[in-house]
Structures are given as structure tokens and as C-alpha cells.
Design a protein around this ligand. Structure first.
Ligand SMILES: *Cc1c(COP(=O)(O)O)cnc(C)c1O
Length: 415
């Protein structure tokens, strides 16, 4: 299951990608459910024997079908906006399994979270704690609080996705966290629930997680001596995966280290994986519109495809490398190709300098695009966002229709 070639054709589970392209058109995001389910099970196995909860980071891929199915597997959710909470509720997710992260929760976000009865607010500043308490008082409710601690751990990842360093905007330092817990503990409108951190994304080493957990546990133990008892400890997400040839995080080894580091404490361990669960499940399916082979030496070979940076911005934004595979075994012009889109930016590329045999009209799969793919897409160049398709076994369904230009213009007026 997952992505494999059968008779020279790339398939998602049992469905040839060419069949999806014929039925739905291109570009399209395709998600193979079997891959998400397998990842979820691997994670469950790695954490076996520890009281734990997986809170899926909704921002990685927030399609309702993915959210609904993960909920059925037992996942909770880590959200970063009121919009994501709306999605979780629409997908039938349990608000009692939702944690709410983010440095800039608005009044509306906080009220929505309190009224929906989410499990915990991952509070990121003293001001946010004050706002949360004020809103809970006003609404006559109690809000459950976790303080996001910034453990100042270097996760050795791309600077845009490192979030656990002193200079990052996220969380509060351990010393300040103690003050915030005292305030929350003394409040008639707040309940102390847990402690959390999230040190970055695409982390391949175990050591940063061990250091972060150790830093959080020191706080937990210190708070315990003051009679402030937490029910969970959340080490965030950021589990690294393989896009091309990078080493992936060894989850079983991580599980062992977490188990050992937690020792005999009775806290529930929480993790907030996004990318790990969904990245490999997705591809961006695109078609070659034009080939522009280098006219002379010093020029490059361009394959202009119908998907662009507005559909998948990771290569332009993070210098990300996604593997590119022909959907049907190639018999076209061999060579090293830059796979570029129609958008008017030199940064509009999906892959550079790839050995491919191409004909105009060929279908390509941009691999490992299930996380931070569709969710980061935009309408730049007035390009409607593409369709999303979910494959399960030998069936597929459009789980988000392709936008039309009319959809884009609906909210606009000329005067
Ligand atoms: C983005 C994010 C995650 C998920 O990160 P991945 O690298 O996709 O696992 C988890 N928790 C928080 C608070 C986040 O902001």
C-alpha cells in the first residue's frame, strides 16, 4: 500500500495516478490514507507502555477528511486558530481532545475555545494568561491551562522552523513559567492542566527531545514540591522524515528515551506530530505543459508544469527538495530538468536539476507533499487552488473540489 509502481505506472494504494488525473484533472493533491494510518500505528507502537495521547498538528494538513479519519483512529488535535477549531468540530472531532497553541490567540479565538470546551490552552505569554483568565471569568467558565515553555534547545533544523531557541517568539523561559503557574493555580477561573513545548520541525535527532523533556520535567518536579500538580506533559511535534535522502527520526528509539526519561512519573505524555503523519501520504500530481530544452550551452532545461509555487511553496520558501517521479515510465527526452510552474517569479520552481525522461503531456508526482502543501497554497497569479483527493484502497474521492475563478472573485468588488 502507499505509493508503488505497478506495470510501470505509479499508483496510490490500488489506484493508478493516471486514473485520478483523468477523472479530476491536474494539478491535484492526492493523499493515500493507508500511509497516514500506518504512521499513526507506528507512533502508537513507539509509545506503547506509556500513558500517552497523539494530538495531530492540524496545520500540517487540515482537510476535513484527514481530520475525521485521524479522530476515528483516536487522535486528538493541536490547533493554532479558531478556524482550525471550526474544522475539527466540522470533522466530528472531540473538543475535549483539543489543545490550542500559538502566540497570538485573539479574543474571538479564546472565547471560541472556552465555549467549545477544549482540553487546554497552550499559553505562550503572561499577557495571554491574563486575557484567558479575564475571558473565562466573563463567560463564567473555567479554562484549562498549559504553559508553553521555551527550553532553549537547538534542534539543528532550518532557521524558519526552529522554534525552541531563546530568540524565537514562542513560549516563555522556565523561570517565567513558574510565575505563570502560580498565577494560574491561584485563579478561580483557571485550572492548571499541563506543560508543553515545541522545539521545531523536521528534527532528526533524539537528543533535542530528551533535553526538552528533561527541562520540562525539572519544572514539573519543582511545581510538584509547591503542590501544583499537572496531568500532562506535551513535547510537541517536529518528528523528522525523509524527503529525499535525509535520515528520519528513529521513533522507536525516541519512544525508549521518552519512557526512560519520564521514569515513574504518572503524567500523560503528549506529542503533536504534523508532518510525520501526513507528509509521505501526499503527492502533488501535475502535468508537463511545455518542454523548453536549453537552446545553447549555459542555458537550462525547463519542464514547465501546470502546478506552481502557489500550489506548493516549500521549495521556494525553505529550499525544500521533493523527489519527482514520472507517473508512467518515461520514454521522452532524457536530461537534467528544472521543473518550474507558470507563475511570474524566478523562485517558482518545484524541483531543480532532476534527471528525468520527459514528453510534453507527461504526468509527474511531486512526492512527500502531504504536509505543508495544500495548506500553504495561495491564489497568487489568480490561480484557483487545486483539488484534493483521498485514496483508500481501490477507491478515491474528491475531498476538496478544485476552486474556480468565480470562487476567487466572490468576495471582491470593482468599486
Ligand atoms: C507546527 C507545530 C507542530 C507540528 O510540527 P511538525 O513538524 O509538523 O510535526 C506541533 N506543535 C506546534 C505547537 C506547532 O506549531
Amino acid at each position: 500500500m502507499g505509493y508503488a509502481r505497478r506495470d510501470g505506472e505509479l499508483c496510490a494504494d490500488a489506484v493508478p495516478l493516471a486514473t485520478i488525473a483523468a477523472g479530476v484533472g491536474t494539478p491535484a493533491y492526492v493523499y493515500a490514507w493507508s500511509v497516514v494510518r500506518d504512521r499513526y500505528r507506528c507512533l502508537e507502537a513507539a509509545l506503547d507502555g506509556v500513558d500517552h495521547r497523539v494530538c495531530y498538528a492540524v496545520k500540517a494538513n487540515s482537510n476535513l477528511a484527514i481530520l475525521a479519519r485521524l479522530g476515528e483512529l483516536g487522535a486528538g488535535y493541536d490547533i493554532v486558530s479558531g478556524g482550525e477549531l471550526e474544522r475539527v468540530l466540522r470533522a466530528g472531532g472531540d473538543p475535549g481532545r483539543v489543545v490550542f497553541s500559538g502566540v497570538g490567540k485573539s479574543l474571538a479565538d479564546i472565547d471560541f475555545g472556552i465555549k467549545a470546551g477544549i482540553d487546554a490552552f497552550n499559553v505562550e505569554s503572561a499577557s495571554e494568561l491574563g486575557r484567558l483568565e479575564a475571558r473565562a471569568r466573563l463567560l463564567g467558565r473555567r479554562a484549562r491551562v498549559s504553559i508553553r515553555v521555551n527550553p532553549d534547545v537547538d534542534a539543528d533544523t532550518h532557521p524558519y522552523i526552529a522554534t525552541g531557541l531563546k530568540e524565537s517568539k514562542f513560549g516563555v523561559p522556565p523561570g517565567q513559567a513558574v510565575e505563570l503557574y502560580r498565577r494560574a493555580f491561584a485563579s478561580a477561573h483557571l485550572d492548571v492542566a499541563g506543560i508543553d513545548c515545541h522545539i521545531g520541525s523536521q528534527i532528526a535527532d533524539i537528543e533535542p527531545f530528551r533535553m526538552a523533556l528533561t527541562a520540562l520535567l525539572e519544572l514539573v518536579d519543582a511545581l510538584g514540591r509547591d503542590g501544583i500538580v499537572l496531568d500532562h506533559i506535551d513535547i510537541g511535534g517536529g518528528f523528522g522524515i525523509t524527503y529525499e535522502d535525509e535520515p528520519a527520526l528513529d521513533l522507536d528509539a525516541l519512544g525508549d528515551v521518552l519512557r526512560t526519561t519520564l521514569g515513574r512519573r504518572t503524567l500523560q505524555l503528549r506529542v503533536e506530530p504534523g508532518r510525520y503523519l501526513v507528509a509521505d501520504a501526499g503527492i502533488l500530481l501535475t502535468r508537463v505543459e511545455y518542454l523548453k530544452p536549453a537552446p545553447a550551452s549555459g542555458y537550462r532545461n525547463f519542464a514547465v508544469v501546470d502546478a506552481a509555487m502557489n500550489d506548493l511553496v516549500r521549495p521556494a520558501l525553505y529550499q525544500a527538495r521533493h523527489a519527482v517521479e514520472p507517473v508512467v515510465d518515461g520514454d521522452g527526452a532524457g536530461g537534467r530538468w528544472d521543473v518550474v510552474g507558470p507563475v511570474c517569479e524566478t523562485g517558482d520552481f518545484l524541483a531543480l536539476d532532476r534527471e528525468l525522461e520527459l514528453n510534453e503531456g507527461d504526468l509527474l508526482a511531486i512526492r512527500t507533499a502531504g504536509a505543508y502543501g495544500f495548506v500553504q497554497s495561495s491564489n497568487y497569479n489568480t490561480r484557483p487552488r487545486v483539488a484534493e483527493v483521498l485514496v483508500d484502497g481501490d477507491e478515491f474521492a474528491v475531498v476538496r473540489k478544485r476552486e474556480t475563478v468565480a470562487d476567487l472573485l466572490r468576495l471582491e468588488s470593482a468599486r
